[in-house]
Design a binder for this molecule. Sequence first.
Ligand code: OAD
Length: 231
Amino acid sequence: MKKIVVLSGAGVSAESGIKTFRGSDGLWEKYRIEDVANYDAWLNNQALVLEFYNQRRKQLATVNPNEAHYALAVLEENYNVHIITQNVDDLHERAGSTHVLHLHGELTKVRSSVDENLIYDIGYNELNAGDLCEKGSQLRPHIVWFGEMVPKIEEASTLLHDADILLVIGTSLQVYPAAGLIHDTPNHCRKYLIDPGSLPVSGISNLTVIRKTAGEGVPDLVKQLLNEKSI
Ligand code: OAD
């Protein structure tokens, strides 16, 4: 089976009703993402950070995967598919994708603030001050904040080393190291970028740019890829 790696960003979940981070419609209500997705904010204003992620979790419980998430799950019928997502939502999994690597963490999990290996499922519930891990420390959202290491970046890069096809969907490619992953593919890898915005992608070989939303562009491309495979 050929291997397809998907690098997804906030745009893939936009049509599910989750706002993106950047761009004209990308402001998060009363917060700037940099003000809350940040370790200093956790130290200096824990209540605000807890409230911010409680709201995100509550909203996540009310939205559903869209056509793009579902189409990517269908792709597994004929390809070895690995999704690397910058998103902290669980919409790829809920649509049926089975290999999903969350580069920036997961909303539905929390972890110890003294031992990063103590990770717990919280689902769509609230995390509050005083909720402790088994070692007695405050639990924090299981999110990679600005200024923190991205523990899964090596694993993600390795997934790309033998990719036959890369799909980059709904990401502004502004946040590193995630954005740099597009350079980790082998020479023969075909690349598709699906995003209605204009992105900094000059100088990338073998690239087809599809300026459509994920909900429009992904199902069409998936159909094309499934046909190709069956010829
Ligand atoms: P951005 O908000 O930076 O970019 C969203 C991208 O989605 C843009 O390129 C839009 O053009 C595109 N877009 C908007 N609507 C779309 C649609 N319906 N279909 C397809 N594309 C659409 O989001 P990310 O690139 O994901 O990190 O941001 C990367 C990281 O920055 C996030 O993971 C987050 C953020 O700060 C953390 O929270 C650590």
